[in-house]
Design a protein around this ligand. Structure first.
Ligand code: SF4
Length: 81
């Protein structure tokens, strides 16, 4: 479970996270699973940018964060390296 899905999360933007209360499994799809359900939730999330910046800074390796899959974040990291 990601911290921002926890109602006790204290990050200022976490209270507005669209994924609060959602099943965390949606955001941690397996290799053969379709990530589109989680990505669709991110697409309407008002704190997507904050979430993505957090994930990049914290080097979150797994799961969907800020509207990106782990593969997309790896690609972004390679491009900025
Ligand atoms: S961008 Fe996605 S993972 Fe991040 S807080 Fe919003 S809904 Fe949750």
């Amino acid at each position: 479970m990601t911290a921002f899905m926890n109602p006790d999360d204290e990050r200022p933007w976490a209270a507005r996270a669209e994924c609060r209360g959602e099943d965390p499994a949606i955001f941690f799809p397996g290799n053969d699973d379709d990530p589109s359900v989680g990505l669709a939730i991110c697409a309407r999330c008002p704190v997507r940018q904050e979430c993505l910046e957090y994930a990049i800074e914290a080097r979150e390796r797994y799961g969907i964060w800020g509207g990106t899959t782990e593969r997309q974040r790896r690609r972004m990291a390679r491009r900025t390296a």
